[in-house]
Design a protein around this ligand. Structure first.
Ligand code: F6R
Length: 607
């Protein structure tokens, strides 16, 4: 997730200052590098660099750039580490076209190879750089700037929100959109494009959110919108935004956490687009290993637990999940040159995880990292790493980054299964079902949010909760517990349901709330038995059940119906959503700030 801003000014030539101020408002979308391009006196001026916007401004003078028209970008690296070359804007070979892009171009390798064969020279390792070269290629073949952008859009596969400027038509910005947000702003000092509303608000509250397939031509006097698939003109409604800048930063949601819960379908679409080559590299390393450890802290450790189920079930591999801070004490004598450590860290900077990785590396283990932060310490320590592409997560509690980790691990387990020639039919049908996961997540959010809010209201005064599940749903139960515990400061519990008889059941008394994860899978009948045990002791049963499971509906005091999955390994990514929402609503009902729970930090860099 990156931030894009563009401006076409009527009178002033201070586009550098407008872009810089706007990029600062978009910094929450990414901040590993930044850059701007403006057209001044018939010349393309480009300035970019690594670091936060203010650092890049100090070294490159972003705010002093002149020109009536310009585009800017603040980056969250996906393809290519944070570096000056990989920072946007990217240029074509001639330096006459500049482009900023947010999203992932799935077919960039094939486009890049074809363009290189036609003589184009690439300067970065990004997928985005294919866009200016594609536009240039069509212009070399006699097309005008706008038509060349339209044809470029037709050739791109994946997600993109992109803005381009060109010396040949220096009065306009041409924008295209597919699956990544892009919003136009109609102002009095000129017109704008932005990947989010907050950056537009200082200039205008009149906005046009572009839709998939839209191409917009933005100049200082007006805006024209076409369908880039057909070339025909489109009318789009102008909306008046009444949000305060603070609410706008959260896209209208009350908290970043809620926004990030709602962003999960998009985050998973980005994971599904992740390049296969990284999974192949990681899988070939894991296949050669005689021992595999999955190492992480907190929520990322719950993803590890899921990963160990997925690898065992799909690929027949034993992968031991270990809490990072215990890794040395527990495993140091087991590590040798044939060991692989798969370390998972959203931030890539968690001290316990990095220490475990360093200890394993010192004993000759190979390291595979899964992280949301390119350029982090984990990427530097890893032999191979996979980016989870979730975009920055502002809420301290991990939400969208957890489901992204789960899906990365699932893809990796599928890659391992394929490379071992195991269960190809099952893996193929899982792959097909996985492609529908983002829509299923959207449906779950839509269908469950109000119901979960009601359940939160009914139970928020309880002093403790317990989450029970079996099989691959156990990591989800643990994650539901962690969310509730850290946001509501309640001593919540979670167990594999079978284990509940060996101690926890002593706690249960009249009205004690027990939350069951009860999909209609291989664990369902045993879960039913556990529900009866709890019910017999007076527990209040809150159950996540499969649509139409009448028997469980009868048994539960409250339930949330969930869609079915053919493959059990898909349950965690959808069953965690009502649990995240439950924690969020209990926290807000208690008057706490779910974005900043007390005593916690987003990245724990101390041991
Ligand atoms: C919980 C949470 C933490 C982190 C943990 C590891 O909501 O966010 O438990 O999961 O601190 O952080 P990373 O993944 O950055 O290593």
């Amino acid at each position: 997730m990156c931030g894009i801003f563009g401006c076409a000014l009527l009178n002033g030539d201070n586009s550098g200052e407008v872009l810089y101020n706007s990029l600062k408002r978009l910094e929450y979308r990414g901040y590993d590098s930044a850059g701007q391009a403006t057209i001044d006196a018939g010349k393309m001026i480009v300035a970019k660099g690594v670091g936060k916007i203010d650092e890049v401004n100090s070294s490159q003078g972003l705010s002093r750039m002149r020109g009536k028209i310009g585009i800017g970008h603040t980056r969250w690296a996906t393809h290519g580490a944070p570096s000056k070359e990989n920072a946007h804007p990217h240029l074509d070979c001639s330096g006459r076209i500049a482009v900023v892009h947010n999203g992932i171009i799935e077919n960039f390798m094939e486009l890049r190879n074809a363009l290189q064969e036609r003589g184009h020279v690439f300067r970065s390792r990004t997928d985005s750089e294919v866009i200016p070269h594609l536009i240039e290629d069509f212009m070399r073949r006699g097309k005008g700037f706008v038509e060349a952008v339209r044809l470029a859009a037709e050739n791109l596969r994946g997600s993109f929100a992109s803005a381009a400027i060109c010396l040949d038509e220096p009065d306009k910005i041409v924008c295209i959109r597919m699956e990544s947000p892009l919003i136009l702003g109609i102002g009095t000092i000129g017109n704008f494009c932005s990947s989010d509303i907050p950056a537009l608000l200082p200039y205008t509250n009149k906005v046009i959110p572009l839709e998939d397939g839209d191409l917009a031509i933005v100049d200082a006097r007006g805006i024209k919108i076409l369908d880039w698939r057909t070339g025909s003109a489109l009318e789009r409604e102008v909306l008046e935004v009444s949000w305060s800048p603070e609410v706008a930063m959260k896209s209208g949601f009350a908290h970043f956490m809620l926004k990030e819960i709602h962003e999960q379908p998009m985050a998973i679409r980005n994971v599904l687009r992740g390049q296969r080559i990284y999974y192949e590299l990681a899988a070939s390393m894991l296949k050669r290993a005689s021992k595999i450890f999955l190492v992480a802290c907190g929520t990322s450790y719950h993803a590890c637990l899921f990963g160990s189920y997925a690898m065992a079930n799909l690929a027949g591999l034993t992968a031991h999940p270990v809490i990072a801070s215990e890794f040395e004490a527990q495993c140091k004598n087991l590590i040798d040159g044939k060991t692989s450590v798969l370390a998972i860290s959203q931030s890539g900077e968690t001290a316990d995880t990095l220490n475990a990785v360093r200890a394993a590396k010192a004993r000759g283990a190979s390291i595979i990292g899964i992280t949301n932060t390119m350029g982090s310490s984990l990427t530097r320590l890893s032999d191979v790493y996979i980016g989870q592409n979730s975009g920055p997560e502002v809420g301290v509690a991990a939400t969208k980054t957890f489901t992204a980790q789960v899906v990365v691990l699932l893809k990796l387990a599928m890659e391992l299964a394929r490379s071992e020639g195991r269960r190809n039919g099952a893996v193929d049908s899982l792959a097909e079902e996985l492609s529908g996961l983002p829509s299923k997540m959207e449906a779950v959010i839509r269908a469950s949010e109000e119901r979960v809010k009601g359940i939160a209201l009914k139970y928020s005064a309880k002093g403790s909760f317990c989450f029970l599940a079996r099989g691959v749903n156990v990591p989800t139960a643990l994650e539901g517990r962690l969310k509730l515990l850290e946001l509501s400061y309640l001593p919540a519990l979670a167990y594999p349901a079978g284990e509940s008889k060996h101690g926890f059941i002593a706690v249960v008394e009249e009205g004690y709330p027990v939350i069951f994860l009860a999909p209609r899978d291989s664990t369902r009948d045993r879960i039913l038995g556990n529900m009866m045990e709890m019910k017999a002791r007076g527990a209040s049963i809150i159950a996540l059940i499969e649509e139409g499971d009448e028997e469980l509906k009868q048994l539960a005091d409250d339930f949330v119906e969930m869609p079915p999955c053919a493959n059990e390994l898909l349950y965690p990514a959808i069953y965690v959503i009502p649990l995240q929402l439950f924690a969020y609503y209990v926290s807000t009902l208690k008057g706490y700030d779910p974005d900043m729970p007390r005593n916690l930090a987003k990245s724990v860099t101390v041991v």
